[in-house]
Design a protein around this ligand. Sequence first.
Ligand code: SF4
Length: 491
Amino acid sequence: MADTEEEEKFPFDINPMYEGERVRKAGMYVELGGQGKPGYELVLFEPDPERIKDGEVSLIGPDLEDMEEGGNYAYAMIYRVYGAQIEKDLEAVIERRNHEYQSYIQGYMHLNQRAEIWVRISKEAVKKGLKSLKQIGKATIMLFKAELPFIEKMEATYITDEEEVKRGLEEANRIYEARDVKTRGLHDEDVDEFYQCTLCQSFAPTNVCVVSPDRIALCGAMSWFDSRAAARIDPEGPNAPIPKGDCIDPIGGEYTGVNEAAVRLSSGEYDSIKLHSFLEKPHTSCGCFEVAGFYIPEVEGIGWVHRGSKVTDTPIGLPFSTIAGSVGGGKQVKGFLGIGIQYFYSPKFIQYDGGWRRVVWMASDLKARVAEAIPEEMKDKIATEKEVKTIEELREFLQRVDHPVVKGVIREVDGERVTEGWAVEAEAAPAEVEVRAAEGAPSEARVPLTSVPVVASGAGVNSPIKIILKDADISIGKIIVKRKEEREIKK
Ligand code: SF4
């Protein structure tokens, strides 16, 4: 891509090989958006071509030269597009490509989407002559028009004035919400095809992104409608249809067509995916998910925290950024899952694992944001950082509110019991239990169990005690196994 006349005007290289390039803090000239400042990107379809000044980029607020090195500034990128083949449905599709094309620019790191955008510009790029965000805007428009020829006219407005970004963000959020609501009436069983997205494979090569009506993309930027529009207008692009094939598991959301796509897209790394499962064959997660879910084995429940959350600590003691590090990379990670915020509104939301009945903790700002999606009977049973800080406090909270995980979760969709519950354990376990090794065994072979979960059932010869140890650190000096005839076998 380096040899068109127009491109040579830019003081930076433009090439797909820069996709996935990271600008680290030490090498950063400025940061735009991200955790510290508001930001968003938006594409708007303009039906009247006369109202677009093709190729023009305007900037509201300070430009790079006016910014302090090392600073963090608000950032909005608004593009208005016209094309005879473009319709409103394509706005989200074009918008998602901003991430891809801007990632081609050397020294410019673009991450995330919508109101979560996070951009860093490197010192190196500034040293080489990058002076203005308008240069970035011009390069971006050039890339859009080269890669998506159905865009006939395009102009950009970039904003770095914080108050102006905040004002525009409210309107942008209304637009995102309107797009998302559109998909809520359509379900997986109503369609014959889902859609893949391979955009994030540049940095997560085994990522298998499947977008279905009941499961918006984990980046939140592509609904089933958006993906369909993208596949129609750009059949060679990243959003090809996936024929559903046969349904293997209607509750988990497992289909032969999706499994075939999993093999193909992950180069054989994964062979099956359940679209609506958290723990078994979960969807892969690249780095773009809006929300990270984490399993909490001590309570057999699931917690959720979103990108941009003000909550710094979860009950497992990790912030979003650390959890995100465990989830991302295009892996199928049991115990962690990345999702798009709209998935909370899906009637199939992790239904394989018990759906909302399995949710035990949410960051308070996330819980408030998706309040409408939470079933009435669960609203007061889901803890936030305001009620609990640790796993122990979470256990107490869940028992106090009689959360379904305490006595065992029954799946609403089919009445199947998916967990046994742990109240039984607590009630049945004696106050102090000690497992004794045979007479004369050293004291380290005795394991005090007061601090670990114990399941005990019955007593006597025909009802042996069943003991489950979790996170126990046990050292055993000697094990003596006695046969019934009392012959000793020493190990
Ligand atoms: S997260 Fe998935 S749907 Fe979103 S851009 Fe990446 S690959 Fe595409």
